[in-house]
Design a protein around this ligand. Structure first.
Ligand SMILES: Cc1cc2nc3c(=O)[nH]c(=O)nc-3n(C[C@H](O)[C@H](O)[C@H](O)COP(=O)(O)OP(=O)(O)OC[C@H]3O[C@@H](n4cnc5c(N)ncnc54)[C@H](O)[C@@H]3O)c2cc1C
Length: 409
């Protein structure tokens, strides 16, 4: 293998490049990124970067010297528009083609927009550094921000804006905030920190359209009510960035479908991070194919995809990526941590602390076993529970573990 091409120069892509070099791959590495910036970290975009506490230098994923040491040919500002797995080439938007012996797809997620979202001043989405800077600059103290969508990124941005003295209203179509990630009860419990800090969250409301002339003035709901706004953030999630792969012959179904080793079909093509969907053997009984939009997953998969590509090229066995998904979120003074998975059939049960105090831990039971643990400002209890999620743990054993752990704390 003489040349590896990595498409997507963010977390999963950078980890892939680093791992290739760490594993002593001495051939060419070409990293194609449609962004102009050097690789940066996304979590601060809704937190310390949005608040203005950190600038762009502070969120660089690596120091410039470390990036230079990787000896990677960076093609920034270049979008991949087509993959041909027969001729082993990636076509760029300017018509150039780049050939590969090994390919790692790390194109992450593309932000979703409303079907009728107007392109007017004051209307924002939040995925990239430029988008975060535009939103940050638009949030004036005392102004009114409406966030459409009560998912993690929308709620983090809501918290940050409120801490900057902005009046924030969050509109959510589902009956509770964070419902997809945490279920209705825990979603409401976590989001209670917003109510305590003056953010209005309205659930079960349908947005009809965003209104305004040159600049946004409000959000119209399906019953005709207008919620006034100086700024609107549309936070309705991301879709895996697979458009450029449509003619590739790879299996695309809510992401690039991979095997357990993250191989996307052809033996020299792997995928990693937010774009990849793969069978996580630890959760096969509740979710046969999983796609995860969290930092730790992207970092670990980037490394694993690179190691498995190298192993394949040497005719060595590959390893399966089996892991307990983990994410964190900071909203006001609450540190939210979640390990594992939930489905619509999961049952959540508080096992430590209490919801009213805003400090608690809940376990999720799905298919009669422990599949998730949520902690709000209880890091010492949440993180050690990872071991329980790596094996099949019965609900009673999990309850006992939490009781004993608290008693010994
Ligand atoms: C505002 C925000 C806050 C977050 N906070 C948290 C948090 O607190 N905790 C947590 O666990 N996770 C958090 N995340 C999620 C985490 O940042 C992502 O899971 C992670 O960035 C995924 O990395 P990735 O490399 O797979 O994809 P991405 O970071 O999406 O990177 C993909 C890159 O590929 C580029 N690309 C896409 N298509 C093409 C193409 N055709 N050609 C060339 N380049 C292309 C994209 O522009 C992008 O630069 C947050 C995300 C955001 C946006």
């Amino acid at each position: 293998m003489k040349r590896v091409v990595v498409v997507g120069g963010s977390l999963a892509g950078v980890r892939a490049c680093e791992t290739l070099r760490h594993e002593e791959f001495s051939g060419d590495i070409v990293c194609i990124s449609d962004e102009q910036h050097a690789p940066y970290d996304r979590p601060p975009l809704s937190k310390k970067f949005l608040s203005g506490e950190w600038d762009a230098d502070r969120i660089a994923l690596r120091r410039p010297e470390a990036i230079a040491e990787l000896n990677v040919q960076w093609k920034t500002g270049s979008a991949a528009v087509r993959l041909d797995t027969k001729s082993h080439t990636v076509t760029l938007a300017d018509g150039d083609t780049v050939s590969y012996d090994g390919l790692i797809i790390a194109t992450g997620g593309a932000v979703r927009r409303l079907h009728n979202q107007p392109n007017i001043a004051g209307v924002h989405v939040l995925r990239t550094l430029d988008q975060a800077a535009a939103l940050r600059d638009d949030l004036a103290e005392g102004s009114r921000l409406v966030v459409i969508g009560a998912g993690f990124i929308g709620l983090e941005a809501a918290a940050t804006a409120a801490q900057r003295g902005v009046q924030v209203t969050v509109l959510e179509g589902l009956p509770a905030p964070l419902i997809r990630a945490l279920g209705p009860d825990m979603g409401s419990a976590v989001a209670a920190v917003h109510e305590r800090n003056g953010v209005t969250i309205r659930c079960g409301v349908k947005v009809a359209r965003i209104i305004g002339g040159d600049r946004v003035t409000g959000v119209e709901l399906s019953d005709g009510e207008i919620v006034p706004a100086d700024t609107v953030l549309v936070g309705i999630g991301v879709a895996p960035a697979t458009e450029w792969l449509e003619s590739s012959g790879l299996t695309l179904s809510d992401g690039v479908v991979c095997d357990a080793s993250l191989c996307a079909g052809p033996t020299n093509v792997f995928a990693a991070g937010d774009v990849a969907r793969w069978p996580n053997t630890l959760f096969a009984d509740i979710e046969p194919l999983m796609r995860v939009e969290h930092w730790t997953n992207a970092a670990e998969q980037g490394a694993m995809a690179a190691r498995n590509l190298l192993a394949t090229s040497k005719g060595e066995p590959t390893s399966a990526y089996a892991a307990v998904p983990f994410f964190w979120s900071d909203q006001f003074d609450a540190r939210i941590q979640f390990l594992g998975r939930t489905t619509v059939d999961s049952h959540a049960e508080v096992v430590a602390g209490d919801v009213v105090s805003g400090r608690f831990c809940a376990m999720y039971v799905t298919n009669n076993r422990l599949t998730g643990v949520l902690g709000v400002s209880m890091p010492k209890l949440v993180m050690p529970s990872r071991a329980l999620l790596s094996v099949n743990t019965a609900p009673d054993d999990a309850r006992r573990w939490f009781t004993e752990k608290q008693a010994s704390a």
